[in-house]
Design a protein around this ligand. Structure first.
Ligand code: SAH
Length: 343
């Protein structure tokens, strides 16, 4: 069965023509799927029963099962555990800000990048998500809270650049004016630094924000934390970042998880500042979320502020990320992992 929610409107028009239907049917179906967010053909009441029947025999509508929601008492952050149609599970997070609702989605079941501080990668990568399955996380949460989602960050489980084509299709669908119509500017994609894909993304000239998970300022230190650093050096990575900025005009961000005694010294600030200046990046600082298996401890609030000041003195702006949902398995992959461990 074909996955109808992963089709763009023009692909859906072609499909309808091939089925001997009028192309305008595609517009109706697309609206049911991507605006009214229904999960069955039966709900598409402006289609004939015969057409609904035909569609159900040709296509499936992917749907997620809400297995668990944790709601933070501190800030209203909600962490969802969803079950996919094949029984695998993924995590998504809703963060409520003054400027709107932001959803952090997963792009893969697990991850194969192997970062030492990350819970999502502990069991490896089981599979990549389809465009529809990335959309479903946003759609399910929209229906759950009955409010519009205005921002999307692809920062949950998985490496989005390791699922490049589906990621791009997802962005096309979620920004489509006939669908949820989220602005490209309100989409952030985070990568551990797959250099060829960063360049490929730059060539598409989208207006999305690219976040680079940096976490160390020398190749040697980065290799100790992130296996991808063995494949691409920092100089290759920052060249790709400059290329991205040149091609899209979009300022990049560096994600930097502060780990006590590992990457939080003045010398680290020095190195990071030089890299950030080289590509005009903004730095997001976040004390590392402790994950039992990793043994890493977060840098204290005082030292985090000192690190921020050190960057500032070197002409680099940074933001200390509010740690949202600390009381609810906040770090990516933790909720899913706890559930799998329980089984
Ligand atoms: N694979 C992509 C996106 C998913 S990870 C990437 O690497 O960017 C989302 C962000 O969370 C990345 O910046 C990642 O490095 C960071 N992260 C992972 N585990 C973390 C932890 N325990 N504490 C703080 N940040 C973490």
């Amino acid at each position: 069965m074909k996955d109808i929610k992963s089709l763009t409107l023009s692909q859906l028009k072609e499909e309808m023509t091939a089925l001997g239907e009028k192309p305008f049917r595609a517009g109706q179906i697309y609206k049911w799927l991507h605006v009214k967010l229904v999960s069955s053909f039966d709900e598409m009441t402006d289609l004939s029963a015969a057409l609904r029947e035909k569609l159900s025999s040709e296509y499936e509508i992917t749907d997620l099962k809400k297995l668990e929601v944790q709601i933070s008492k501190d800030d209203g952050t909600r962490k969802y555990l969803f079950e996919l149609s094949d029984g695998n599970t993924v995590e998504s997070v809703l963060m409520r800000y003054h400027h709107g609702n932001s959803v952090c989605i997963s792009s893969q079941v697990g991850c194969r990048m192997g970062c030492k501080f990350c819970a999502s990668t502990i069991g490896g990568c089981i599979r990549s998500l389809e465009p529809s399955e990335m959309l479903d996380q946003i759609y399910k949460i929209t229906n759950d809270i009955n409010e519009r989602v205005s921002n999307v960050v692809v920062m949950g489980m998985g490496e989005p650049m390791d699922n490049f084509d589906n990621l791009i299709r997802f962005i096309t669908l979620v920004t489509d004016e006939n669908g949820l119509n989220i602005s490209q500017r309100n989409i952030t994609v985070s990568t551990c630094g797959l250099v060829p894909e960063i360049r490929k993304l730059a060539d598409l000239h989208l207006s999305i924000t690219l976040a680079i998970s940096l976490h160390a300022g020398t190749d040697e230190k980065r290799k100790a934390l992130m296996p991808i650093a063995n494949k691409y050096s920092l100089s290759e990575l920052t060249d790709a970042c400059s290329y991205y900025f040149k091609e899209t005009g979009r300022r990049l961000t560096f994600e930097y998880a502060l780990i006590a005694g590992v990457n939080d010294k003045p010398k680290d600030a020095d190195e990071i500042a030089a890299l950030a200046r080289k590509v005009s990046a903004h730095v997001n600082l976040i004390p590392v979320n402790p994950v039992t298996e990793t043994g890493f401890k977060p840098t204290s609030g005082r030292e985090t502020n000192a690190f921020k000041q050190a960057l500032e003195q070197r002409g680099v702006n940074s933001t200390v990320r509010r740690e949202m949902g600390r009381d609810i398995d906040g770090a990516c992959g933790q909720l899913r992992k706890r559930k799998l461990d329980e089984k």
